[in-house]
Design a protein around this ligand. Structure first.
Ligand code: GZL
Ligand code: ZN
Length: 330
């Protein structure tokens, strides 16, 4: 085993050296050898992104595009599915037809992927999942899933509420993420686990589809049908920011009259937290590019990779946000 690993590592090192020599002796910048796209060491990767629905998604997209560059040995084909599963399936099929070396995507919802994943397998094109998981009986259909633990994120949000309002009959309204998506399903599950056994009640729950507009619209509805809302649990910052607009339009103070807890910790959310309009944010790290690049290189080199790579998340109070803001990368 050792020798094989050594041998593989040897080959990997050799090809990197070859690549360096190639670009050096060809006298051209590395982009030229990569431009013709036929550079044998350039990994052609097809990436299907969920959409551009939130600040988190924008940060995730930027990191992937900044990392999977030609200088790093990749030829990236990237598509935005506007949060529609059929667009993602179409994009994956076009990358399979192109004969890319590896596929990666963030599945907008958990189910309905087996057919296209089977087509990738039949074409011998390995698949890497980033950010969100798929719900499949056959996990040989993908090599690795790189992303946060959304149940834990929901639980941390719920635990903060339980710790800070443990003996109160708190009335909570929930702004859910995209229906059927792993983060929406798991964050809801985690939150409910954390508040079980307390007097905290979720009196209403509806999807805002992870967008500001969605969060604002659903919150307006909640405010019309409930005059006793104590706290909003939003599955992402963007819906929380939409809720702030609705709460202020109703003449109430977000973060005071109605508390807000969200997940993501993108810049706009952290600013609202520092400004006292949000009370607690659990981070969901969007910087998955480096892990994706590493796993893609290993997969193409035929090396074994971890089936599940869990990305670490932090969490912030208002004071912590104030301190962290200047150094935030997204
Ligand atoms: C979580 C990601 C979610 C973010 C939202 O990893 O899938 O989708 O929490 C984004 O902001 O829209
Ligand atoms: Zn009510």
């Amino acid at each position: 085993m050792k020798r094989k690993t050594f041998l593989r590592a040897g080959i990997a090192t050799l090809s990197v050296a070859a690549m360096a020599a190639l670009s050096a002796c060809s006298g051209s910048s590395s982009s030229e050898s990569a431009d013709n796209g036929s550079g044998s060491d350039t990994i052609a990767i097809g990436f299907s992104q969920v959409g551009a629905e939130s600040g988190w998604r924008a940060a995730n997209t930027k990191d992937i595009q900044d990392t999977l560059t030609e200088e790093n040995g990749f030829k990236l084909s990237f598509s935005d599915a506007q949060q529609k599963q059929e667009n993602q399936i179409q994009a994956l099929r076009s990358y399979i037809a192109q004969g890319v070396d590896v596929l990666a995507f963030s599945p907008v919802v958990e189910t309905g992927w087996d057919a296209v994943l089977q087509e990738a397998k039949n074409a011998n094109i390995p698949v890497i999942l980033t950010d969100r998981a798929v719900d499949t009986a056959d996990d040989s259909l993908y090599e690795s899933f790189i992303g946060s633990d959304f149940v834990e994120e929901g639980q941390r949000a719920g635990q903060w509420v339980a710790d800070n309002f443990k003996d109160e009959e708190l009335k909570v309204v929930e702004l859910q993420g995209t229906t059927g998506s792993a983060p929406a399903i798991d964050r809801k599950e985690g939150f409910e686990k954390a508040i079980a056994g307390t007097d905290i009640k979720v009196v209403d729950s509806q999807t805002g589809d992870f967008t500001r507009a969605g969060g604002k619209q659903v919150m307006e509805g909640f405010l019309n049908s409930h005059d006793d809302i104590d706290l909003v649990f939003a599955h992402n910052d963007d819906m929380g920011l939409g809720a702030i607009e609705a709460i202020e339009a109703a003449g109430k103070k977000p973060g005071e009259d109605i508390k807000i807890v969200t997940i993501d910790a993108v810049k706009d959310g952290m600013q609202a937290l520092a400004d006292g309009k949000i009370n607690y944010i659990v981070e969901c790290n969007p910087l998955l590019g480096a892990d994706l690049a590493e796993v893609a290189k290993k997969v193409v080199a035929g090396e074994s990779v971890e089936k599940r790579i869990v990305v670490e998340d932090a969490a912030f109070t208002q004071e912590e946000a104030e301190k962290a803001l200047p150094d935030r990368k997204y």
